[in-house]
Design a protein. Structure first.
Length: 428
């Protein structure tokens, strides 16, 4: 089997588009300390490569991937990898730890390489800005769930994947999974609170209403001066303490009021900001940050949508709508492989955009934003920043299709000029 895997590796990673695409993760493995001898049949590098390739191709069923790998090697009369070998690797704790360590190196490299989307927002300075949200995944077809009323612990929604998303770099930076039936805020307190991402000084977290627990965020502000932005819940009881003046600045377009309030569920002072959207709807934002302009707070909550676009890629363009296996460890590895695949795509497209002389890696959206900017001068009513924030993070379907259709082709500038440039410049 090892010889068949070596032959397959030569096919996949010899002067191919896939080799160039996967190279950043190969480089990160060189910075992670682990024994290469531990896994004699399927190396860590090749395990991650096959996992990312499955994500890239959107292959739902393991049999399909094993057969497609078998068909790649015309000289082989046997499948390169047994399904049991792959399943065991997916549920292996040691591989999970190595993958998670490699991912953090890759995340750090990506955050240094990708442009800062908020560099022009002087008011934010260098503060870390994260969105936090959860998505749910259907059970594997190999596993029959058992819910709490039946004596089990499984979640009716499916497996929870809690993702920390760096809004500055436009990438997911961490992922945690849970199969038990617990709510999102409890999971944040029990699991995510131990994460390095919760301990960064002066960080700003943008979350939806499922993550509102005032005392939790009060403690974060007290410990590391981290603040939060979310939507107001109609069920919250509060008392208005003071109406704040709204500066006459384009950043505050659409802001109706800015108030300091006392929440019944908190001993600290919070802000309640009312904002009128261009469609006439009024929104209420809640924050314990006293320094940012109210319009910027409204805008930052709007940018939380970038994480939703990541989930779009994660579940639709990759293959994470359903679990691959039944064990919690395998479910976690699948989430980490999805995160790695998205990171590799972002780095690949950014590099190619630079080589092709493109200012952005998503030119397909540019005309829409140019129209918004022109409309703003005439009749735009709403948040000024929304119009001029062109740096979108969603990877378009045709960018995914390019790599999916060309991963075995020889990597050449001519290929990228003829095939990738049109896919980045406009919808085909």
């Amino acid at each position: 089997m090892t010889k068949r895997l070596d032959s397959l590796k030569a096919i996949l990673l010899t002067n191919t588009v896939l080799e160039e695409w996967f190279r950043p993760l190969q480089n990160t493995l060189d910075k992670v300390r682990y024994s290469r001898k531990r896994f004699s049949t399927l190396s860590v590098e090749f395990f991650i490569l096959l996992g990312c390739l499955r994500q890239l191709q959107g292959t739902q069923i393991m049999r399909d991937q094993i057969q497609s790998l078998f068909d790649l090697d015309e000289s082989s009369g046997k499948v390169p990898l047994a399904r049991s070998t792959w399943s065991d690797a997916l549920a292996n704790l040691q591989r999970t730890e190595i993958l998670r360590d490699a991912l953090q190196v890759l995340v750090n490299d990506a955050r240094n390489e990708l442009p800062d989307r908020f560099a022009d927002f002087k008011e934010l300075g260098a503060r870390p800005i994260y969105a936090l949200d959860a998505t749910y995944q259907d059970e594997s077809s190999h596993y029959q769930p058992c819910y709490p009323h039946e004596g089990g612990t499984d979640n009716r929604k499916g497996h929870m994947t809690l993702t920390t998303y760096d809004l500055r770099a436009g990438i997911a930076v961490d992922s945690n999974t849970e199969t038990r039936s617990i709510d999102e805020m409890r999971f944040v307190k029990d699991v995510w609170r131990a994460s390095w991402w919760t301990r960064q000084k002066n960080a700003l977290y943008v979350v939806d209403r499922a993550f509102i627990e005032a005392r939790y965020w009060d403690q974060g502000k007290k410990d590391v001066k981290a603040t939060v932005i979310t939507r107001m819940k109609s069920s919250f009881s509060y008392q208005v303490l003071e109406n704040l003046a709204i500066a006459a600045d384009p950043v505050n377009d659409g802001v109706v009021s800015d108030q300091l309030i006392h929440l019944r569920s908190s001993s600290a002072v919070w802000r309640l900001i009312r904002f009128n959207a261009p469609d006439g709807k009024e929104y209420e934002y809640l924050s314990n940050d006293y320094d940012l302009s109210p319009g910027l707070i409204a805008f930052l909550y709007h940018r939380r949508w970038d994480e939703e676009k990541y989930f779009d890629n994660y579940k639709t363009d990759m293959t994470n709508s359903k679990a691959w296996a039944k064990s919690p460890m395998a479910i976690e590895q699948q989430a980490l492989l999805g995160l790695a695949t998205h990171l590799l795509m972002r780095l690949f497209l950014y590099k190619k955009a630079q080589e092709l002389g493109l200012e952005e890696d998503h030119q397909t959206q540019q005309r829409r934003h140019e129209k918004k900017a022109a409309d703003y001068i005439v009749n735009w009513e709403g948040n000024y920043n929304r119009v001029f924030f062109k740096k979108l993070s969603k990877i378009t379907k045709q960018a995914w299709r390019f790599v999916k259709n060309n991963f075995l082709k020889k990597s050449s500038q001519r290929l990228f000029e003829l095939k990738l440039r049109p896919a980045l410049m406009a919808y085909l």
